[in-house]
Design a protein around this ligand. Structure first.
Ligand SMILES: Nc1nc2c(c(=O)[nH]1)N(C=O)[C@@H](CNc1ccc(C(=O)N[C@@H](CCC(=O)O)C(=O)O)cc1)CN2
Ligand SMILES: Nc1nc2c(ncn2[C@@H]2O[C@H](COP(=O)(O)OP(=O)(O)OP(=O)(O)O)[C@@H](O)[C@H]2O)c(=O)[nH]1
Ligand SMILES: [Mg+2]
Length: 466
């Protein structure tokens, strides 16, 4: 793994103002001993906790806390790391941070700064260094961010699995199988007259087929992991007064949205994340769809249409008590015409107010009937939402994955498939090329082959101090 000469960096490694304990963390390719001397007034034994005062330039205690020193490469970042674990107040932590920068600039007896070029860390820079120093691969580094951002317990657990290397281990197994095949094919290319025998003797076709099966299994697990990470965008839409806000409240189990008998109550989009079996659902309640002269409501309705376009799943609500009403039907016809642009696979028709005793009705295929008021039919709706996005809780446990991983796996699979076709026709040089491309695509997941701008994009989404 390439390792570059880097400036030393410092940051708060906890959200300021919230923690009871806050950490100021310094990471540096050069030794931090001169800085430790200034801040702690003594040397520290690596990997031991020392309780001591953190010293200002005047030698006063800014705080008393635990200091930890990690010698490179035995640290989180793989560099020399100093942690000052202090009381978590925002002001005291900012003082400590400023003191680190000040102490780094202080000159020693020879007129050199204690730690030249110490600067504040960029988002994700500690973890980026851990990656560059081979402490984590890219999939694990991404799992760090996903663990922090996890919005449900299931998402956190599966990020924990990915951080421990579950995805990386699977990818590594596939990579080893690919390498074996590549070696075999490359060797065979050197003896052209025996190509076919070679392939048969080594069962190349069988190996490729098994590789495809393994890729499919991993793809399935990664897709589930991506659902856990990203969650699902569910939008509640429909005419005014059909019960969209009531359904949001029922799903969330809280009175989030205002509900009244007055049509046009909701005028703006209101979103809430809930979970079903650990899957995060980002649910949006929207303004009822209708033509209106009210300027504010018009903007709200335009936002409803934006939300509809953006939904993974659109729950389109109908009011069972008004189905026979001529105005309602006319409005509905106009809306349904406009909805015809929505992918039917994303659309679920929901007939609300089933408790009202309204005339029983022949529901359209795939539609649900329920009552936001009594909760009847809600469980069926929950199951339908999971089914709609292809969620299955897998017995072996999914690990958090990103769309990026799913796409890299799909590309790998495509190349293995083509390699198999070439193998069937015994076109070995093309087969070798497809295997090489498959190998490259797989390598993108763990960061073996990753462009710098992708790394920049991945790490910039971390918080500062991570
Ligand atoms: N105080 C503190 N807690 C923390 C972190 C931290 O940086 N500081 N972490 C920040 O994310 C996480 C833990 N991550 C860490 C990862 C590796 C090493 C480390 O010292 N690794 C050495 C030694 C490993 C060993 O003893 O087995 C190494 O890799 O060589 C430390 C923390 C969560 N808790
Ligand atoms: N009987 C019955 N009434 C319901 C049900 N769901 C909602 N209502 C009533 O229908 C009326 C409108 O409910 P809302 O949830 O505000 O409807 P909405 O679709 O959000 O309406 P707008 O915000 O105006 O678009 C309220 O009086 C609710 O109490 C239900 O399942 N059964
Ligand atoms: Mg409403």
């Amino acid at each position: 793994m390439l390792s570059r000469q880097q400036d030393p960096i410092v940051a708060l490694a906890s959200a300021p103002g919230r923690g009871a304990v806050g950490i100021v963390r310094v990471s540096s390719p050069q030794s931090l001993e001169p800085l430790v001397e200034a801040l702690c007034g003594r040397a520290l034994q690596p990997r031991h906790a020392h309780y001591l005062p953190f010293l200002s330039a005047q030698g006063e205690a800014i705080d008393r806390g635990l200091a930890l020193y990690f010698n490179a490469p035995h640290s989180y970042s793989g560099e020399h790391v100093l942690e000052l674990q202090a009381h978590g107040g925002p002001v005291v932590l900012q003082l400590l941070l400023a003191r680190c920068l000040e102490a780094a600039a202080e000159l020693d007896e020879l007129g050199r700064p204690r730690l030249a070029a110490l600067r504040l860390a960029e988002p994700g820079e500690f973890t980026r260094r851990a990656f560059l120093n081979g402490k984590l691969d890219l999939a694990q580094a991404e799992a760090v961010a996903d663990l922090i951002d996890a919005s449900t317990e299931a998402a956190a657990r599966s990020a924990g699995r990915a951080l421990a290397g579950a995805l990386s281990v699977e990818v590594g197994g596939l990579r080893d199988a690919l390498i074996q095949l590549r070696m075999l094919v490359e060797a065979t290319l050197d003896f052209p007259e025996e190509e076919i025998d070679f392939l048969q003797a080594a069962d190349a076709l069988g190996k490729l087929q098994r590789l495809l099966v393994q890729l499919d299994t991993l793809l399935a697990r990664s897709r589930q992991g991506a659902i856990l990470r990203e969650g699902i965008k569910v939008v509640l839409a429909g005419q005014p007064n059909v019960g969209k806000s009531s359904l949001l409240n029922a799903l969330a189990g809280a009175e989030l949205a205002i509900v009244t008998p007055i049509p046009g109550t909701t005028r703006d989009r209101l979103s809430q994340t809930i979970q079903i079996e650990g899957v995060p659902l980002h649910i949006s309640d929207t303004a009822g769809l209708r033509d209106t002269e009210d300027v504010v409501e018009r903007i709200g309705v335009a936002r409803s249409w934006d939300a509809i376009a953006d939904a993974d799943v659109l729950l389109f609500l109908h009011d069972l008590t008004r189905l026979a009403d001529a105005d309602y039907q006319a409005e509905d016809a106009a809306i349904q015409a406009r909805l015809s642009g929505v992918d039917p696979a994303r659309l679920v028709q929901v007939f609300n107010k089933a408790d009202s005793g309204a005339a029983p009705l022949q529901l359209p295929e795939g539609a649900l009937s329920l009552s936001a008021k009594t909760g009847e039919g809600l469980e069926a709706l929950r199951q339908r939402l999971l089914q709609q996005v292809g969620w299955q809780a897998l017995p072996e446990g999914q690990f958090i994955a990103r769309e990026r991983h799913v796409q890299a796996l799909q590309r790998t699979r495509g190349h293995v498939q083509l390699a198999l076709q070439q193998a069937e026709h015994a076109v070995l040089d093309l087969m070798a090329e497809e295997l090489r491309l498959a190998h490259d695509a797989l390598g993108e997941i763990t960061g073996a082959y990753t462009a710098d701008d992708l790394l920049g994009e991945i790490f910039s989404r971390f918080c500062i101090g991570k």
